[in-house]
Design a protein. Structure first.
Length: 247
């Protein structure tokens, strides 16, 4: 495999100016999913032991849930079609991911002359907003140059048509710097998904074949340790201002 510098990605990224910006907060009729005080309305993983918590008015996670099953935090309520607003930030990136691919606008990975993926080393943390109870359907939160908002489970599914894999690939990287707050506006309408990140549309009416008709909303766990050291990108994340408007 060949490695490249992060700056190389600029050769294939679309300029921010080419994407329509729509800045705004939760619309009229939205209701809060987080009261800023506790995790009422959320299903805390059994055996979590306090790793999902509220800290200074935000949902804070250290990626070390002790649950023996699903470690993600799920809403108690089930949703179908909706517009979801959520602020999120990555707190830190203590683990360096050595295998981050260079993703083309098609959703495929750029290959070298030997047909091997071109990769780079990126300081990385990893989480996401899980939709309709499906791990495959999420707006990713991470440090990859492709940008947050992508739907990894669909993009990497080789059984999906090219237009589906292309549709779930971000149009642009709209992430702010590590440690800064970002805002998602996620629209789910039947089997279609759109994502705005910091007022910039990154996923535009993407088709998600086979997505469940309804399900809870989740805040994703990711990462694990071995002998006290991270061996995969941890969900060192925080969330606040979570609002939803059902359609």
């Amino acid at each position: 495999m060949k490695s490249i510098s992060i700056l190389t990605i600029l050769l294939i990224m679309f300029p921010l100016a080419s994407v329509k910006t729509q800045v705004g907060g939760p619309s009229e009729g939205s209701v809060s999913l987080f009261n800023g005080k506790d995790l009422s309305g959320w299903e805390i993983p059994e055996g979590d032991n306090g790793h999902w918590k509220v800290l200074e008015g935000v949902i804070d996670y250290d990626a070390e849930s002790e649950s023996k099953s699903d470690k993600s935090l799920w809403s108690k309520k089930i949703y179908q079609n909706f517009v979801l607003f959520v602020d999120w930030r990555i707190k830190e990136t203590p683990w360096k991911n050595p295998r981050v691919p260079l993703v083309l606008p098609s959703g495929l990975h750029k290959l070298d002359e030997n047909g091997e993926p071109i990769t780079m080393v990126v300081p990385d943390s990893d989480s996401g907003i899980l939709l309709r109870g499906a791990g495959k359907c999420q707006a990713n939160i991470w440090c990859w140059p492709i940008g947050s908002g992508e739907v990894y489970g669909y993009r990497m599914d080789k059984d999906m048509p090219p237009e589906v894999r292309r549709g779930v690939t971000p149009l642009v990287n709209a992430d702010k710097n590590i440690g800064e707050w970002n805002t998602f506006k996620i629209t789910m309408a039947d089997d279609r998904m759109s994502v705005e990140l910091n007022g910039i549309k990154v996923i535009d009416n993407a088709l998600l074949p086979g997505i469940p008709l309804e399900g809870p909303i989740g805040l994703q766990h990711h990462g694990s340790k071995r002998e006290g050291k991270w061996v995969s990108p941890p969900s060192l994340v925080q969330f606040r201002n979570i609002y939803i408007k059902e359609l």
